[in-house]
Design a binder for this molecule. Structure first.
Ligand SMILES: Cc1cc2nc3c(=O)[nH]c(=O)nc-3n(C[C@H](O)[C@H](O)[C@H](O)COP(=O)(O)OP(=O)(O)OC[C@H]3O[C@@H](n4cnc5c(N)ncnc54)[C@H](O)[C@@H]3O)c2cc1C
Length: 370
């Protein structure tokens, strides 16, 4: 019997396996595809990490998550957290920006309001007119997503975890004291089983009828007129908030081009049948925004990729024990903003796996709220 079995090696499962193995637990990881695959939610060049949230409990948790990312950088000897600062641009009086500022102030995190002139001084790449305000926060940055997943798995293995790739879990038999995990032709038992199955969570935990919607998302890289204008140090992470959408972008990293995406608003899909070819209309939609807002980044699309969000109705995570089996823990519904928390979620799940509880406040993530 294993001390812990982790189902799913996206960023949440990989970080959990690392924490479990590091704490000395005999850990098995089961992943249906090969490590670093591109069918789930954790692949790609980067994800935003930020303290800025409208809900203060996320900002408080992010303080710990930043520290955990720095720890894993130290242990792995790899750069995993790149700080760039961020600007959030929105129409005057938009609640989103104000709620973020209130939450940052309450959490004791510094931020600044900039006017049009200040933005033009600091980042002349942007074109903004009147009636727009800008929130600057210096600690925002990005995490090299696929590298983070691979690093966590390598470290987990170095601490003794066993990682089995191309091993789909068909069923979890949770009726006994210790859950039994069934794959094609094999059965495993774990004192604790932790399900971090992302977009497939609803399938493997079908008895719970989880309130999850899987949606299709797309990211696109555009050729800048002059790439030097969009390097780290010269260009920040940015979010552009309008009354009907949130677009965001990154400095150049990992591949040629300025990476852009729209947050959310993707079609509901099945993770097994989702169309993985990006839509030309979407690519053009973002490009027309760039022509107005950042004309020097509005060149041809160089690369585009599809990724999945697993959304809860309130966009808050689910981290809890199974209501009918205390030895089965689940973490899902990261709703398009979970990556930055993975360093902390891994620690929390490991604590829940080994001690049956965590000292971190995860009350907003209880399943019973639905
Ligand atoms: C386009 C895009 C942009 C994003 N931007 C940000 C951002 O800027 N900042 C941020 O913080 N977050 C962001 N996110 C969200 C973040 O990436 C996700 O919240 C996070 O990656 C979720 O990780 P996960 O481990 O839960 O899911 P996944 O990465 O999908 O991992 C689940 C794993 O479980 C495996 N699995 C499933 N079922 C089984 C089974 N039966 N047997 C074995 N294995 C199984 C899957 O194959 C998969 O590898 C973004 C997401 C997308 C798609």
């Amino acid at each position: 019997m294993y001390d812990a079995i982790v189902i799913g090696a996206g960023v949440m499962g990989s970080a959990t396996a690392y924490n479990l193995a590091k704490a000395g637990a005999n850990t098995l990881v089961l992943e249906q595809f090969s490590r670093g695959h591109t069918f789930g939610s954790s692949h790609g060049d980067n994800r935003i990490i930020r303290l800025i949230y409208e809900k203060q409990f996320y900002t408080e948790l992010m303080k710990y998550a930043y520290a955990e990312w720095r720890e894993v950088e130290k242990e792995s000897g790899k750069d995993l957290l790149f700080t760039t600062g961020s600007v959030i641009i929105g129409p005057d009086g938009h609640d989103y920006l104000h709620d973020m500022r209130v939450s940052l102030d309450a959490a004791g995190v510094e931020s600044e309001w900039w006017d049009q002139r200040e933005l033009a001084n600091r980042f002349p790449q942007f074109r903004i007119g009147d009636g727009v305000e800008v929130l600057w926060q210096k600690d925002t940055g990005f995490l090299p997503a696929s590298t983070c997943v691979l690093t966590y798995l390598q470290l987990a293995e170095a601490h003794g975890a066993e990682v089995r790739e191309n091993t789909p879990v068909i069923e979890i038999n949770w009726q006994g004291t210790y859950p039994e995990v069934i794959t094609e032709g094999e059965h495993f038992r774990g004192k604790k089983v932790i399900v971090t199955a992302g977009a497939w969570s609803g399938q493997i935990l079908s008895e719970l009828n989880l309130p999850l919607t899987v949606t299709r998302q797309q990211v696109v890289y555009y050729r800048p007129t002059d790439a030097s204008l969009f390097q780290r140090g010269r260009f920040p992470i940015f979010l552009d908030v309008t009354w009907d959408q949130v677009l965001y972008g990154f400095p150049v990293f990992g591949r040629e081009g300025v990476k852009m995406a729209r947050h959310g608003m993707g079609q509901p899909v099945s993770p097994d049948t989702c169309n993985r070819t990006p839509d030309p209309e979407y690519i053009e939609h973002i490009r027309s925004f760039l022509r107005e807002r950042i004309p020097d980044a509005a060149g041809e699309a160089l690369f585009a990729q599809v990724c999945l969000y697993t959304e809860t109705p309130d966009e808050d995570f689910i981290i809890d024990t199974h209501p009918d089996c205390t030895n089965l823990v689940l973490a899902t519904g990261f709703s398009g903003h979970g990556f930055k928390f993975a360093s902390l979620v891994g620690r929390i799940l490991s604590e829940m796996g080994l001690e049956g509880k965590t000292g971190f406040d995860i009350s907003p993530f209880r399943l019973a709220r639905f």
